[in-house]
Design a protein around this ligand. Structure first.
Ligand SMILES: N[C@@H](CCC[C@H](N)C(=O)O)C(=O)O
Length: 291
């Protein structure tokens, strides 16, 4: 099958974007994996598929597949690229776009400076809804946060402490002193597949520099460490605010760029994420039918 695609990136988190507004391509998990493959395919952390509106009150549907071929609920950096894609392709003339994802409706807004601000909705801090299996565990309370001990195996530390947050997709955020030196490649995969996360989890490593500036690395579920994770940045700032460490507006320096996250901290307060969204190139590729 011959398909056209657009390669995009947001803070270095990179995407293959597919337009299914005129009809479904019907790709299999193996074909998504092929597209994401950096040697045999195009190469991407996630594949984003744009579909027509599925319901009144939303403009589009946007479907997300990780590099491992699995469909997931949410992607923050992808939502900014989605908005830039539908606007630049003339699929809409709206600059605030309501889009249906697997975990609900989010609303990206193109801003005059070229960046995109996304209303990412409400964070979920209730462990079972993340989902996180806390049975038999005692959480420490740090300010307003529940901090959970997580047992790991060598060569990782025997135990780490995480705040669990859902931004539509699951995150486990731990505080680290020096994120550049932290063994993300050792700890990340163990947290991602920890038995207490029944749907696996995105593992975030947050260094708080001051109340408004942080550094973050994320070992993403289904994709490995990426240069940035938008939902990971939202979850990390929520976790930092809950622990009393951060103010309501925080810059998050990732390895691929800067994201700004704002959250007022109340039960009805949505999380807002602002960052870049860039088209890298367009292309076409032959996808093998039998994979
Ligand atoms: N890169 C994304 C998150 C993509 C999905 C994630 N790997 C998951 O499995 O939940 C972002 O920018 O949020």
């Amino acid at each position: 099958m011959h398909i056209r695609f657009t390669k995009m990136q947001g803070a270095g988190n990179d995407f293959v974007v597919l337009d299914e507004t005129q009809g479904r391509l019907g790709l299999t998990a193996a074909q998504y994996r092929f597209l994401a493959d950096r040697h045999f395919g195009v190469g991407a952390d996630q594949i984003l598929t744009v579909r027509p509106s599925p319901a009144d009150g939303v403009d589009f549907e946007y479907v997300i597949h990780n590099a491992d071929g699995g469909e997931v609920e949410q992607c923050g950096n992808g939502s900014r690229c989605f908005a830039r894609f539908v606007y630049d392709k003339g699929l809409t003339d709206k600059t605030t776009i309501r889009v249906q994802t697997l975990s609900g409706v989010i609303a990206p807004q193109l801003t005059p400076d070229g960046r995109v601000t996304v209303d990412m909705g409400l964070p979920v801090l209730d462990a079972p809804r993340v989902p996180f299996d806390a049975s038999g565990l005692a959480a420490a309370t740090r300010h307003r946060a529940q901090v959970w001990p997580l047992a790991l195996a060598a060569p990782a530390p025997a135990q780490v402490e995480v705040v669990v947050v859902s931004m539509g997709n699951p995150h486990a955020v731990q505080l680290v002193d020096d994120v550049d030196q932290f063994p993300v490649a050792v700890v990340g995969p163990q947290v991602e597949r920890h038995v207490r996360f029944p749907q696996r989890v995105n593992a975030g490593f947050l260094q708080v520099q001051n109340r408004a500036q942080t550094k973050l690395r994320v070992y993403e579920r289904g994709s490995g460490e990426t240069l940035a994770c938008g939902t990971g940045a939202c979850a990390a700032v929520v976790a930092g605010i809950q622990q009393g460490l951060l103010d309501a507006r925080v810059d998050v320096q990732t390895r691929g760029g800067l994201l700004t996250i704002a959250w007022e901290g109340g039960a009805q307060d949505h999380v807002f994420m602002t960052g870049p969204a860039t088209t890298v190139f367009e292309g076409q590729i032959e996808i093998p039918d039998a994979l």
